[in-house]
Write a protein that binds this ligand. Structure first.
Ligand SMILES: [Mn+2]
Length: 316
């Protein structure tokens, strides 16, 4: 425990010292770490991205829009998150310098620090909300919560089930393959939502391992059936949400690295978020692959508004 507290004191750039200059939501009623029940932190990892760049600015995009642009009152929920949640923002994890350190040494830093931190937060009844950074971080975050055997609800355009990519076993296209291969989760406990890009091996791997997939065509044609299914399988279940912003259709996400057409719109995403059963228990979540370029805050806004639709749910 003391090791974790040391880590909190020295290993984070406080929200005020990040580029955004404010905490998530810039909430004026200050909550102490001990009082909090939701703990935000950023992992601005951008190490293995293969196409568009900028995901290291994800936490900045989310803190800036949530703190400076968007009300904490969620209009359609008629709830103010500062009244209903006790949020503490640790800031951004200080990562080893990406330029002078090898990929392996940065991964070993994450390996040593992220799973124990997430586990300790969970043990002390604080739900970790982790802002990426590239999707690779989910591998480290989920491991800290795998003892709960949660149902993993994975929103993404991509399966991220490759066994290897560009010679790397661990990178932004492989986290869920690694989690399954290393025994942290079974495929039958994964639901992938919004998928529209994969290679044939990933598709076969998903089928072989019993992963449930809802592609956008099915969601567009039959969202009520999808919602009903999700409500049923999340009843009385621990759940973990891994949310890649590129699950949204291409026009909604102008900055993310690998945008895809044929995606979902915000109304469909909110409908699915609301279909998770009230009796479920969110053990943690990550929101990844958000980016910020040329002062284009649309994607940060959408990411924040997605979080603001999750926080008021009973399962949080
Ligand atoms: Mn993706």
């Amino acid at each position: 425990m003391s090791k974790i507290l040391d880590l909190l004191g020295t290993s984070f750039i406080t929200p005020e010292m990040t580029k955004a200059g404010c905490s998530f939501g810039d909430i004026d009623m200050k909550i102490s770490f001990n009082e909090s029940n939701i703990v935000f932190f950023g992992i601005p990892l951008e190490l293995t991205t293969s196409f568009g760049k900028g995901t290291s600015r994800g936490p900045e995009a989310i803190r800036s829009t949530s703190g400076r642009q968007i009300e904490t009152f969620v209009f359609d929920e008629k709830k103010d998150i500062k009244e209903i949640a006790k949020i503490f923002d640790l800031g951004d994890l200080k990562l080893p310098d990406h330029n002078s350190n090898k990929i392996d040494s940065i991964f070993s830093f994450l390996d040593q620090n992220v799973p124990p931190l997430v586990k300790e937060l969970s043990r002390t009844k604080k739900k970790p909300f982790i802002l990426g950074g590239e999707h690779t971080i989910s591998y480290f975050c989920f491991r800290g919560l795998s003892d709960h055997q949660p149902l993993l609800i994975h929103f993404d355009a991509h399966r991220d089930l490759k066994s290897k990519y560009d010679g790397m076993k661990l990178c932004h296209t492989t986290p869920f393959y690694r989690l399954i291969e290393e025994g942290y989760i079974q495929g039958k406990n994964i639901i992938q939502i919004g998928i529209r890009q994969a290679d044939i091996e990933e598709d076969k791997f998903a089928e072989k391992n019993g992963i449930t997939t809802f592609d956008p065509w099915e969601i567009k044609n039959n969202i009520d059936n999808v919602s009903e299914y999700i409500s049923k399988v999340t009843t009385n279940r621990d759940i973990y949400i891994s949310f890649d912003i590129d699950v949204y259709d291409l026009p909604y996400v102008p900055c993310t690295g690998t945008p895809e057409p044929f995606g979902l719109d915000p109304f469909e995403i909110v409908k699915i978020i609301r279909s998770i059963n009230d009796s479920a228990n969110l053990v943690g979540m990550d929101l990844v692959e958000v980016s910020l370029r040329n002062d284009d805050y649309r994607e940060g806004t959408l990411a924040t508004q997605t979080l603001l639709r999750i926080i008021p749910r009973k399962y949080v």
